[in-house]
Ligand binder design. Structure first.
Ligand code: FAD
Length: 408
């Protein structure tokens, strides 16, 4: 059901199934939206995208969308210029020494580390793309139970309504309910040993006028300060009118796994006491921040339900990434494309072969991109340990590495 907004040149793939496979997507985050768009593109019928919240707010802060995601979204008929235009416009990012801001490496803001934008702004556009395709998004629909019956799996909403489909794609995030069904047990988060303090705000007129705080407000930019066991990411959005800093630090406390836990600014001020003076006061003068414990899950033994093999996990529900991977949303797009293609390659009775092929194809790829995040964090946190001031660091030691991109 391509509408004029999608563009005249866009061609949706004709479903190999008659009638098309009916698929339900649980979760309308970036992963769920990408899944809906990819499934639609490949000719499947997305019966509905369900989300438990009644409305979406502009939550989170900066999020990277890599070139791998852009290529797929373009292929699916999305006008990616819409997300590029609202993202950070800096051509490069600078990786700096913690205490004095000396630039250790500079690299283009493309490829896997991608275009940085506000998660909420990107999400608005993804939701719009889903809507343009006539795919129903049902808000306030919390899935409270799954039935893994073969060949017709189902889910139950909090309202008591039951829905069935040929396949159910659970993009229900890091605290996924579907993951319990798939694993047959609850899996607890594992602490990464780090947490982030994060703040996102519109700088005040006083801050913009204050030379001690405005060094990075003049235009869009992306900077990283790396030091022993810590790093700060700072970027602007909207030409410097919005400001984001994220301080990653050793986590020896017990901050709960939450996107909304308030942070302790006194602790932040202590942690940045000796950072580059050009950024120090901009951080220290911030009035509030969030404290995100960086948790991850051990790689899951399976992403597919045990009985029908027709309920599958996608996105953070099965392959959450560390912030230093900058690939959470982009890998969700890759998974969406792979699943949609696999479902088009099998007969109606062989959906289980498609879901298992999806899992086998995607697991190694996401492991590589997850471990890149660990590798980068460890390189940043260790490279300056026991190194004299005057020793030059090889820029390659601190650059974000580009994973191989899918073909155009
Ligand atoms: C509030 C929030 C803020 C974030 N901020 C950032 C950020 O600043 N930077 C960054 O890089 N990443 C951030 N992320 C993570 C990033 O969005 C994801 O890594 C990426 O977009 C892939 O996410 P996803 O769609 O798989 O999961 P999510 O984005 O977590 O989306 C899951 C969706 O499923 C819905 N859901 C969950 N359970 C149910 C259920 N039982 N029934 C129905 N619906 C359900 C949720 O309401 C949610 O909309 C944030 C995630 C969240 C939820």
């Amino acid at each position: 059901m391509a509408t004029p907004e999608i563009g005249k040149a866009y061609k949706r793939v004709v479903s190999p199934h008659n009638p098309p496979l009916r698929v339900i997507v649980v979760g309308a985050g970036l992963g769920g939206c990408a899944a809906a768009i990819a499934l639609h593109h490949h000719g499947h019928e997305v019966v509905a995208v369900l989300d438990k919240v009644r409305a979406f707010n502009r939550l989170g802060d900066s999020l990277g969308l890599g070139e791998n995601a852009y290529r797929l979204l373009s292929r699916w008929g999305c006008n990616v210029k819409e997300v590029q235009d609202i993202g950070n416009q800096s051509p490069t990012m600078k990786i700096r020494r913690w205490h004095d801001g000396k630039i250790l490496a500079e690299q283009p803001l493309i490829d896997m580390a991608g275009y940085i934008g506000h998660r909420g702004d990107y999400h608005d556009i993804f939701l719009k793309w889903v809507g343009e395709r006539g795919i129903p998004i049902r808000m306030g629909c919390e899935v409270v139970a799954y039935s893994d019956a073969d060949p017709v799996p189902s889910l139950t909403l909090a309202s008591g309504e039951t829905l069935t489909a040929d396949a159910i794609v659970a993009c229900d995030g890091i605290k996924s309910l579907a993951r319990h069904l798939v694993l047959g047990a609850r899996d607890d988060p594992v602490s990464s040993g780090y947490a982030c303090f994060r703040a996102y705000f519109e700088p005040s007129a006083e801050m913009i006028a204050d030379p001690a705080r405005n060094a990075f407000l003049k235009e869009d930019n992306v900077n990283f300060w790396i030091g022993p066991d810590t790093h700060v990411v700072q970027n602007t959005l909207r030409g410097g009118r919005e400001f984001n800093w994220i301080l990653t630090h050793k986590d020896d406390g017990d901050v709960p796994e939450s996107w909304f836990q308030p942070g302790d600014m006194e602790e932040v001020r202590r942690l940045v006491a000796n950072i580059d003076p050009d950024i120090r006061e901009a951080i220290r003068s911030t009035d509030k921040c969030l404290d995100w414990k960086i948790c991850y899950r051990k790689p899951l033994p399976t992403w597919v339900s045990p009985e029908s093999h027709r309920i599958v996990l996608l996105g953070d529900s099965c392959h959450a990434h560390l912030p230093t991977s900058a690939q959470g949303a982009s890998q969700a797009c890759e998974s969406a494309g792979t699943l949609a293609v696999c479902l088009g390659l099998v007969g109606r009775d062989d959906v289980k072969i498609a879901t298992r092929a999806y899992e086998k194809l995607r697991f190694p790829r996401t492991r590589v991109s997850q471990t890149h995040g660990e590798d980068l964090r460890d390189r940043w946190h260790n490279v300056l340990k026991n190194v004299d001031e005057d020793i030059e660091i090889d820029p390659e030691m601190v650059k974000i590495k580009v994973s191989s991109l899918p073909p155009r």
